[in-house]
Design a protein around this ligand. Structure first.
Ligand SMILES: O=C(CO)[C@@H](O)[C@@H](O)COP(=O)(O)O
Length: 225
């Protein structure tokens, strides 16, 4: 596939954005070594920008980000794409509203994934960002569409932008890559808080009505408009 000058301009800007967002994963201590990855859909194109596989975060820059089609075929860039490219691509193919995907192995969220236990909606911040319990997706081996299918099928049944893939770790989605990174940061924060709360007792439930009210406010009123 030959990329036109207009698409290349968009891609180059997106490569810088995705590279910078990988810095948010290390800054928020969500990844170690080369684990984790961020991607962004190229607007209006069946393309995505994603991290190259196994490259140190110290060496991630716009120029090292790669571009693939939505079946994981390399279209632009020198390096091999992330080993999670198939999962990201599957999400983009089946969830047209998603513009960004993030995967980490952040400690507390991954500990919940190891138990295959959803994070209960016992904090206002969980209601705000996730709209209910943070769901668990099925165990799936990397290498084909299994992880992507598990992410999509689980998220379709939830308001949550994050899913805890059993025995693996969190994947998060958003309207753009920055929103997906935000969900990755927040799922780790609430995973830690609920874990700590449960050490000393049973966290108290929030009513569905209150969850709905909190979610609606946060998604539609919170912040600057
Ligand atoms: O979780 C996995 C694979 O599913 C890790 O290898 C992943 O975090 C990092 O892989 P990449 O360096 O993106 O290929």
């Amino acid at each position: 596939m030959v990329l036109t000058t207009a698409i290349l301009d968009t891609v180059d800007e997106l490569r810088q954005t995705v590279a910078a967002l990988h810095g948010e994963l290390t800054r928020n201590e969500l990844v170690i070594w080369t684990a984790g990855n961020v991607s962004a859909r190229v607007p209006g194109q069946d393309l995505m920008v994603i991290k190259p596989s196994g490259v140190s975060y110290d060496n991630l820059a716009g120029e090292t980000m790669v571009v693939t089609d939505l079946f994981g075929n390399l279209v632009h860039g020198e390096l091999a794409p992330s080993s999670d490219t198939a999962a990201h691509a599957y999400v983009y193919r089946h969830m047209p509203e998603v513009g960004g995907v993030v995967h980490t192995h952040s400690t507390y969220a991954t500990a919940w994934a190891a138990r295959g236990e959803p994070i209960p909606c016992v904090l206002t911040m969980i209601a705000d960002e996730f709209g209910g319990d943070i769901p668990v997706g099925p165990f799936a081996i990397i290498g084909d569409d299994s992880i992507g299918r598990g992410i999509v099928e689980t998220l379709r049944g939830s308001r949550s932008p994050a899913v805890l893939m059993q025995n693996h770790g969190p994947f998060s989605v958003g309207k753009d890559a920055r929103s997906a990174v935000k969900a990755a940061v927040m799922v780790e924060d609430v995973a830690r808080t609920v874990h700590i709360a449960r050490q000393l007792g049973a966290p108290l439930a929030i009513s569905q009505q209150d969850i709905d009210q909190l979610h609606q406010r946060y998604q539609n009123v919170y912040g600057q408009h």
